[in-house]
Design a protein around this ligand. Structure first.
Ligand code: DX5
Ligand code: ZN
Length: 218
């Protein structure tokens, strides 16, 4: 089954509660929350108070994507704030610290996940796969919504799908960046089962129809 995880980076922050309630009504599965620190990516977004507020507004799965340096420093606080899936980047720290951060997330009862930027090869997920409930493949350079989909990431999605099928069949495979009805189909064909969509979701005139279109690709 294909799942849709709208990224609230493109939501109306003046009407966040309205937009969040709209996600469940539209049939979305997760709420994708992009956390940026101005170091790992050249942009700032939101932090603990927003995750906390989201937790009070909705029972939906909070799919929190940390684009921050050395996430081990903060993973427990994001778990306490209400994340259900917590994703950290392989590029953000040493292998030892990344493993330790994933274990900390798991110990909090939250699903650990790992993310790879476009220039990072598929093999980079291998040391972490056994610990992860989700692998996230970036289909744009992280940092901003509204960028163009990088179709050349599809061989990487296929390769990671193969690793997952061989070693951790329950692990989900998510793509993030430039996903719309057309590119979603390409991602699903390559093996993704969770689709993040920010600008395309929030720009759609009919959100429920948009979610249906994305899911129809599965
Ligand atoms: C980018 C973020 C994405 C972003 C996706 O760094 O990780 O989640 O919000 O936005 P779209 O779907 O507009 O590319
Ligand atoms: Zn994201």
């Amino acid at each position: 089954m294909i799942k849709v995880s709208p990224s609230i980076l493109s939501a109306d922050f003046g009407n966040l509660e309205r937009d969040i309630c709209g996600l469940a009504a539209a049939g979305a599965d997760y709420v994708h929350v992009d956390i940026m620190d101005g170091h790992f990516v050249p942009n700032l977004s939101m932090g603990f108070p927003v995750v906390n507020a989201l937790r009070r507004i909705t029972d939906m799965t909070l799919d929190v994507h940390l684009m921050i340096d050395r996430p081990i420093r903060y993973v427990e606080r994001f778990c306490q704030a209400g994340a259900n899936i917590l994703t950290i980047h392989v590029e953000a720290d040493t292998e030892e610290n990344t493993l330790e951060a994933l274990r900390k997330i798991q110990a909090c009862g939250v699903k650990p996940a790992i993310c790879v930027k476009p220039k990072t090869p598929a093999e980079a997920v291998l040391p972490y796969l056994d610990l992860c409930d989700l692998i996230l493949v970036m289909t744009v350079e992280p940092g901003f919504g509204g960028q163009s989909f990088m179709q050349d990431m599809m061989p990487k999605v296929q390769k990671i799908r193969q690793y997952i099928n061989e070693r951790k069949p329950d692990c989900e495979l998510e793509v993030d960046g430039g996903v719309n009805a057309a590119t979603a189909k390409i991602c699903v064909e390559a093996g993704a089962n969770v689709l993040v969509a920010g600008s395309a979701y929030f720009k759609a005139a009919d959100h429920a129809q948009f979610v249906r279109e994305l899911k129809a690709n599965g």
